[in-house]
Ligand binder design. Structure first.
Ligand code: GUN
Length: 302
C-alpha cells in the first residue's frame, strides 16, 4: 500500500485563496485591510528568509505589511518600546517578533510585551491559556499546530475517538497540538498521549497511534515498523542533513530530512506528510489566517 500524500503546498494554496477572497470582501465592505508587522533583530540568515517569505505572502494577500529590521545590538528597552509603538498602532493587527532573539534580550519579556490581541503567533501566556480552555476562548492558535490540525481535517482523517500520539513536548508544537486535539469539537475530540525523551517505551506508544504527530527534531527517529498500518503520519521535523545543488537555480540548498523515514513509512501509513512540502508551508499560511482573524475581531465580524 502506498499512503495518500498530504501536501502542505496544495493546502496552502487553497487556504491562501480563501483568505485573499475574504480580504477583498472586508476591504469593500469595511474599508480596512489586515496589518502585519514582523520585527527582525539581527541578520540570522534563516530568520531573514522566514521573515521575507512572511512579508511576501502578506503582500500577495493584500495586507498592509511592514518589515521592521533592527540591528543585532538593539537594546532590550528599545525593542520593548518598538513593540509598544505597534501595540498602539490601529493599522496593525498582528505583531510578530522573529525568534530566536540575540542573547542579550530576554525572550520571555519580549513575548509578554506584545498585546495578546495582536499576538498572531499565539505565544503570549494569555493566548496559551485561551488555547488550554478551548472553544470560543481561543483567539490565535499557534501557527504550526493550527496548520497540522488543518491538514488532518482536510485529508479527511477521523479525529473523534482517534488515538493521537504526539512525539515531542515543545511549547511551540508538542504541547499545543496535544492540547488542541483533546478539545471537544470538530477536528479534535481525540485521546492524546505525549511521548518525549523521558518516555520508557516510545515504540510501543507510537504503534498504537491512529494519528502520529512527530515533532522531535531528530532525523529518522520514528522507524517504519513503529507505524500502525493505515495511520495518519504528520512529520513536523525539518532537519538539515547536508547540502546539494538545486536543479532549478544551480545554487547550494539544504538537504532536508524529517523525523520519520519517509520512503519506507509511506508503504505502511494510510496518509503522510512529506518533508519538505508538508507541514512547513502551513505555518506561514496560519499566520496569515490569524492576522485576518485579528482584524475581524476588531471589526466585530468574527
Ligand atoms: N522562528 C521560527 N519559527 C517561528 C515562528 O513561528 N514565530 C516566530 N516569531 N519566530 C519563529
Amino acid at each position: 500500500m502506498t499512503a495518500k500524500l498530504i501536501k502542505g503546498t496544495e493546502i496552502r494554496e487553497e487556504i491562501l485563496n480563501e483568505i485573499e477572497g475574504e480580504v477583498k470582501q472586508i476591504k469593500e465592505k469595511h474599508g480596512a485591510v489586515p496589518g502585519l508587522v514582523t520585527i527582525l533583530v539581527g541578520e540570522n540568515p534563516a530568520s531573514i528568509s522566514y521573515v521575507t517569505l512572511k512579508i511576501k505572502t502578506a503582500h500577495r494577500l493584500g495586507f498592509n505589511e511592514i518589515q521592521d529590521s533592527q540591528p543585532v545590538d538593539l537594546p532590550e528597552a528599545d525593542l520593548l518600546a518598538l513593540i509598544d509603538k505597534y501595540n498602539r498602532d490601529d493599522s496593525i493587527h498582528g505583531i510578530l517578533v522573529q525568534l530566536p532573539l540575540p542573547k542579550h534580550v530576554d525572550e520571555k519579556k519580549v513575548l509578554n510585551a506584545i498585546d495578546p490581541d495582536k499576538d498572531v503567533d499565539g505565544f503570549h501566556p494569555v493566548n496559551v491559556g485561551r488555547l488550554m480552555i478551548g472553544g470560543d476562548e481561543v483567539k490565535f492558535p499557534p501557527c504550526t499546530p493550527a496548520g497540522i490540525q488543518e491538514m488532518i481535517v482536510r485529508a479527511g482523517v477521523e479525529t473523534k475517538g482517534a488515538e493521537v500520539v504526539v512525539v515531542g513536548r515543545s511549547n511551540i508544537v508538542g504541547k499545543p497540538i496535544a492540547n488542541m486535539m483533546l478539545q471537544k469539537g470538530p477536528g479534535a475530540n481525540s485521546t492524546v498521549t505525549i511521548v518525549h525523551t523521558g518516555t520508557k517505551d516510545l515504540e510501543g506508544h507510537c504503534k498504537r497511534a491512529d494519528i502520529l504527530i512527530v515533532a522531535a527534531g531528530v532525523p529518522g527517529l520514528v522507524k517504519p515498523q513503529w507505524i500502525k498500518p493505515g495511520a495518519c503520519v504528520i512529520d513536523v521535523g525539518v532537519n538539515r542533513v547536508g547540502e546539494k545543488i538545486s536543479e532549478k537555480t544551480g545554487k547550494k540548498i539544504a538537504i532536508l530530512k524529517g523525523d520519520v523515514d519517509f520512503d519506507e513509512a509511506k508503504e505502511i501509513a494510510g496518509s503522510i506528510t512529506p518533508v519538505p512540502g508538508g507541514v512547513g508551508p502551513m505555518t506561514i499560511t496560519m499566520l496569515m489566517r490569524n492576522t485576518l482573524k485579528s482584524l475581524k475581531f476588531k471589526l466585530g465580524i468574527e
